[in-house]
Design a protein around this ligand. Structure first.
Ligand code: ADP
Ligand code: MG
Length: 335
């Protein structure tokens, strides 16, 4: 299952990663190399390497239990790795724990807060940990929490708690924000609002590492994603690149206006497969399948009618690479 993927000069597993800039990313601010971490007999992270460029939103995707949280906990200095090396802004999260705390904001999965503190008290408390915190009022405004500032934590809705946890991750004016399961448990409306918010944070120059098992979230937000399964990186690419490369290609269904020889289309470099389904034809392939098929048919005097085009998605790539749908646990597939 573990394929080694070379993308943009980054070696997903094995040799020294070196990161070249991709869209919006200039130089690497995070490098994780051959990270290994076990809890007793459970190997949570077998071998994980990747780099994150400045200003990127970098997604860490994978089924439950894949080792995502352990990876970001090691990056935040909250857990000590058993092996490998991590550099965040040129610092070692273990050795330089105090400096890292100033520069890296962390939103932990299922973080819970003292129930009898108000929103304002929590934000002020967290702000007091930093030498140069963000403006608390501005941050609460940005996150739509101004009207809730005197409410107890326990009175907040799920969406409000989530937004507060983002506020707490950002109150230190971090250079890097690590967000673990940002929108888990939120309703669709709150999820979309949270996404816009994260885009706003990125626009302010913050580099973001986003752990998620939602493919739509990754497609919407991430410049690149690392797909992790059973403690290993199995692919790193842009969401669109992963979908196209690993998603099984695109499918075009149509009725031909008049019959033609299959080889006309199967000879095209864009076409991998052609199938007859009754009088309908399904062509599978890559690249600009639609135009290649339509223009080739036209040259043979035929037309594609009732055309349906189905593009491979990140979810398709996820399923093909991990063997099970996103949102399920790695144990689910084994039952
Ligand atoms: N504190 C812990 N003690 C023991 N095992 C753990 C602990 N945290 C995680 N694990 C195990 O390590 C593996 C990876 O977990 P985790 O990093 O939380 O994955 P993910 O965030 O991808 O769901 C899982 O098998 C999980 O049960
Ligand atoms: Mg997790």
């Amino acid at each position: 299952m573990a394929t080694i993927v070379h993308v943009d000069g980054l070696v997903a597993t094995g040799a020294e990663p070196s990161v070249r800039g991709t869209a919006g990313a200039s130089h690497p601010v995070i490098e994780v190399r051959s990270l290994h971490k076990a809890y007793g007999a459970t190997i949570a992270v077998e071998d994980v390497s990747f780099g994150v460029g400045e200003g990127e939103i970098f997604g860490i995707l994978g089924p439950n239990g894949a080792g995502k949280t352990t990876t970001v906990e090691c990056m935040s200095g909250l857990r000590a790795p058993d092996g490998g090396a991590i550099g965040v802004l040129g610092l070692d999260p273990q050795r330089d724990r105090h400096a890292i705390r100033e520069l890296v904001g962390v939103q932990l999965q299922e973080g819970s807060m003292p129930p009898k503190l108000t929103v304002r008290e929590l934000v002020d408390l967290f702000a007091s940990f930093y030498t140069d915190p963000a403006d608390a009022r501005e941050l609460l405004e940005l996150l739509g929490l101004t009207a809730k500032r005197d409410d107890y934590y326990k009175r907040l809705s799920g969406g409000q708690k989530q937004r507060l946890s983002i506020a707490l991750a950002l109150i230190g004016n971090p250079t890097v924000a690590i967000l673990d399961e940002l929108t888990t448990g939120l309703d669709p409306q709150a999820r979309r609002e949270t996404w816009s918010l994260i885009e706003g944070v990125r626009d302010r120059g913050v580099t973001i590492v986003l752990v998620t098992h939602f493919m739509d979230e990754a497609e919407r937000l991430c410049d690149r994603v690392a797909l992790i399964d059973s403690g290993r990186v199995i692919a790193i690419d842009t969401p669109a690149g992963l979908a196209e490369r690993e998603g099984g290609g695109n499918h075009m269904r149509f009725h031909p206006s008049r019959s033609f020889d299959d080889s006309l289309l199967t000879a095209l470099p864009e076409v991998d497969r052609l199938e007859h389904q009754g009088d309908r034809i399904v062509v599978s392939g890559n690249g600009d399948l639609l135009n290649a098929v339509i223009s080739t048919l036209a040259s043979a005097g035929s037309q594609a009618k009732d055309v349906q085009l189905e593009s491979a998605t990140l979810e398709d790539a996820f399923v093909r690479l991990t063997g099970h749908p996103s949102g399920t646990s790695k144990e689910d597939g084994k039952r």
